[in-house]
Write a protein that binds this ligand. Structure first.
Ligand SMILES: Cc1ncc(COP(=O)(O)O)c(C=O)c1O
Length: 430
């Protein structure tokens, strides 16, 4: 550990807190060195089976040869041009239009945060309205429009809870917060703010709080209400898009939003994202000569990202990736649930497809309030125990775990044996 501590001390001398995104400060503080397939190696030369997957982008595996080779080859002749559009950019957009039900037109960005920002601003431009609705517990990036009521403390649930100092009051107060899975709350909020709501933005599955599944009729109800009231419906599929299928979760649930934001698994970990949707809305962006919602970015459509999307999509289209990651996801969900039950631990494992989340409670989890019942201490103890066994489940409460294509059945078998050891010890202590 000394090496990791020294490195962190060195990093802290030149970077505030030593990390470059605030959720990377964890205990124990692991310092990554390399990653290959389903494994990451830290600076102490310890190897871990990786279920963190860098918060979800790694859907195939780390340093995945077919992706890295394609990018390396592309970079021999392409980087960044700053005029027109490359054939790679065009092909990426064609692919997204082909697969994602809501996508008639697409613009490429560098991050999910940029995509949600643009989706909201164009919604304001097209409706001439100021307010938006988001849901308690959902995360849509760090900009002022959406950075409120994310992981709120109990006493701030549904109340005014800006996520940062320095946010503009006008931005915070223009974002209304509703309860997920509560259509009455949404309807009432729309009525109380009649003709003022430009957009509703929602993670169709709120994965930033693990995995809270939409109740039957909830997403359909949002679609209905937004149509009735002339509101733009934005599905933030930065996590769900391409991780839950080529058409995103919207294809699985059969609800088509007006706009969709994509990122993370779209490019197996390379920095590129997208905003897409109905042509009549997308044409409002100033990339179109008659548009009036500013859209610009020096690095948009960089060859590293576009090559990564094309290589990743090619594998997702032609290999049994979803069969594999869904099967291992299901094995992890049932395996951990059985182990917890056998050891008398109050755990409910939730998830979807490749995602699994052990919540340390036996109560049902349907919205943010329900998370207050989770035993966070035990959750962290389990995750830290797994790290000691060589399995990386990020030691942050309720964060989701992911299976990836490079993960093998024997990795899963090993992980379940490790979980048995950790939970047995926890059961004995309880
Ligand atoms: C649902 C969702 N939307 C948007 C974002 C922001 O994406 P990025 O971190 O690429 O800016 C995230 C990041 O975790 C996310 O989970």
């Amino acid at each position: 550990m000394k090496h990791a501590e020294d490195l962190m001390a060195r990093s802290m001398r030149v970077a505030p807190g030593g990390v470059h995104s605030n959720t990377r400060r964890i205990t124990p503080q692991l310092m990554p060195k390399s990653g290959k397939g389903a494994r990451v190696t830290t600076q102490d030369n310890k190897e871990y089976i990786d279920f963190h997957a860098s918060f979800g982008p790694i859907i195939l595996g780390h340093a995945y040869s077919k992706v890295t080779n394609f990018i390396t080859e592309a970079l021999q002749e392409q980087d960044l041009f700053g005029f027109g559009a490359t054939e790679y950019e065009i092909r990426c957009c064609e692919k997204i239009v082909e697969h994602v039900p809501s996508a008639e037109k697409v613009l490429l960005t560098n991050s999910g945060t940029e995509s949600t920002f643009h989706a909201i601003r164009v919604s304001r431009a097209i409706t001439g309205r100021k307010k938006i609705i988001k849901f308690q517990g959902c995360y849509h990036g760090w900009h002022d429009y959406v950075a409120r009521n994310m992981l709120s403390a109990k006493e701030l649930i549904g109340k005014r809870d800006p996520g940062s100092a320095g946010m503009l009051d006008e931005a915070v107060d223009s974002t209304l917060v509703c309860r997920y899975n509560d259509l009455d709350d949404v309807e009432q909020t729309i009525k109380q703010n009649k003709d003022e709501v430009a957009a509703i933005i929602v993670e169709p599955i709120p994965h930033n709080i693990g995995c809270v599944l939409p109740q039957s009729g909830f997403l359909e109800g949002l679609r209905e209400l937004t149509k009735q009231h002339g509101i733009v419906l934005i599905f933030d599929e930065v996590i769900t898009g391409f991780r839950h299928g080529l058409g995103g979760y919207q294809q699985a649930c059969g609800v088509t939003p007006d706009l969709t934001t994509l990122g993370k698994a779209i490019a197996n970990g390379y920095p590129i994202a997208a905003v897409c949707g109905k042509a009549e809305i997308m044409d409002y962006f100033t990339t179109n000569p008659s548009g009036n919602a500013l859209f610009a970015g020096t690095y948009n459509g960089h060859a590293v990202g576009t090559a990564a999307i094309l290589a990743t999509l090619d594998i997702l289209e032609t290999e049994p990736v979803y069969d594999h990651i869904y099967k291992l996801g299901a094995t992890m969900r049932s395996g951990i649930q059985d182990i917890a039950d056998r050891n008398g631990l109050p755990v409910t494992v939730k998830g979807f497809g490749s995602v699994f989340v052990p919540y340390f409670t036996r109560d049902t989890i349907e919205n943010y309030e329900d998370l207050m019942k989770v035993d966070v201490e035990s959750d962290l103890k389990f995750r830290r125990g797994m790290i000691e066994q060589g399995v990386l489940m990020i030691p942050l409460p309720m964060k989701r775990n992911h299976t990836m294509y490079a993960l093998s059945q024997s990795d899963v078998d090993y992980t379940l044996e490790a979980a048995e050891k950790v939970m047995k010890a926890m059961g004995r202590e309880a």
